[in-house]
Design a protein around this ligand. Structure first.
Ligand code: HSE
Length: 424
């Protein structure tokens, strides 16, 4: 029996540093090489030996001693090519790269199958929260009907601050950037792409169909205002960026990311700040929720090293890592187009302060099969216009779009200012 497994790490940023720190406590793993951009950069990482560093990642993916490669560079290039070379050289892969798994997972899993190696990627979704293995293994007995999650910590932090402090999006985003929570280019987070990669990955596993991330409907939080949040609060909701994957009719799946009003009664309502959470509904288990840190060096390293130790444990016994852990992505999913989804809506309108305007709104909704649940006018603004908020019952998105078009053309209505979907 072997005593140690040699590994290589591609990348030594936040997650890579966390992995080195956590691996200090695991004698069965020897870090042989770590690929970095700048070998001369000063680094103060507990457990790091400078002789491990190389600025040539190719030497890792081609090293015959190395049995497992950890990829924590992120992005498509050069991670994709490096992983492919590593697989062809019969190395098992652990990656935290959500974009790569979402966009090229199928190709990588196929290549891994051919080469009889495993790719594990627990850290790619929701950082430190174990969700991939539970979905693949522990919940394997269930037909999963729905996954709903808060999968992006940056946007959850911004929306929580807007809610608790009554501040505007731009102001909180700037503070989050100054504190290092949000990236200098925040678009991947605030426009919803990061969460879209994650829900595409989870849906592929849960529904056993390859979900193409290009078919995921994506909406960001950059048009949410403190006015929307305070109205939502008054009605008993918080606004959150929610990622959903659910089975629809005709064997189609409905996968999307966009802001939603979350009611007090929902499990996701209390998930605030940078915390992530994933709720899964299965026919046997009912509803289960996983929550915890969705980012950060040590939480993400917890998932990376957990995957690594699964592989290492088997390699030490001279076994191939358990085939069950491998990803089997079957045929591609048929997607339900967003126009054909049914949702409840929050609609904020700026209208003229004239007799009959509430009637106009009600009539337009009625003519488009939209049943109103609540309609509120909050006085008159300084410029003489009226602020009106409508909450609807579930309606077809294409009917809603027609109603909005008619509202925007109506003489008594200045503009529909925001439309946000509402969770049940
Ligand atoms: N940027 C992500 C977030 C973490 O804010 O949750 C990594 O996916």
């Amino acid at each position: 029996m072997k005593e140690k497994i040699s590994i290589g790490i591609l990348g030594l940023g936040t997650v890579g540093s966390g992995v080195v720190k956590v691996l200090k406590n695991h004698d069965e793993v020897e870090i042989k090489k770590i690929a970095v951009k700048d070998i001369t950069k000063k680094r103060n990482i507990d457990g790091l030996n400078k002789s491990m560093l190389t600025d040539n990642p190719q030497t890792i993916v081609e090293d015959t001693d190395i049995q497992v490669v950890i990829e924590v560079i992120g992005g498509i290039n050069p991670a994709f090519d490096l992983i492919k070379t590593a697989i062809k050289n019969k190395k098992h892969i652990v990656t935290a790269n959500k974009e790569l798994v979402a966009k090229h997972g199928a190709e990588l899993f196929e290549l891994a199958k051919k080469n009889n190696v495993t790719i594990l990627y627990e850290a790619a979704v929701a950082g430190g929260i174990p969700i991939i293995m539970p979905l693949k293994l522990s919940l394997g007995a269930n037909n999963i009907s729905k996954i709903a999650g808060i999968l992006n910590g940056t946007t959850n932090y911004i929306l929580t601050k807007m809610d608790t402090e009554g501040r505007e999006f731009e102001d909180v985003l700037k503070e989050a950037q100054d504190l290092g929570y949000a990236e200098a280019d925040p678009s991947g987070d605030v426009k919803g792409f990061d969460a879209a990669y994650k829900i595409a990955i989870l849906s592929s596993i849960a529904f056993d169909k390859k979900v193409d991330v290009n078919n995921v409907y994506i909406g960001g939080i950059d048009n949410i205002t403190s006015t929307d949040i305070s109205f939502a609060k008054e009605f008993g909701y918080k606004i959150k960026l929610v990622a959903i994957g659910q089975m629809a009719n005709d064997n189609k799946i409905d996968v999307r990311v966009h802001p939603m009003l979350v009611p007090k009664t929902h499990l996701l309502y209390g998930v605030d700040d940078v915390v992530n959470a994933v709720m899964v509904e299965g026919d046997a288990v009912g509803k289960v929720m996983f929550s915890g840190p969705g980012a950060g060096d040590l939480p993400t390293a917890s998932s990376v090293v957990g995957d690594l130790l699964c592989i290492v444990g088997d390699l030490l016994l001279d076994n191939t890592p358990i085939p069950l852990m491998r990803c089997k992505q079957r045929n591609g999913a048929k997607h339900l187009e967003i126009d054909n989804t049914r949702n409840k809506y929050f609609i904020r309108v700026n209208a003229k302060n004239v007799p009959g305007v509430l009637g106009d709104l009600g009539t337009i909704c009625g003519n488009n099969n939209i049943n109103l649940y609540n309609i509120v006018q909050k006085g008159v603004l300084e410029d003489g216009s009226a602020r009106v908020v409508l909450l609807t019952e579930a309606a077809l998105e294409k009917d809603l779009n027609k109603a909005i078009e008619e509202m925007n053309k109506k003489e008594s209505i200045n503009k529909v200012q925001n439309i946000i979907r509402v969770m049940d």
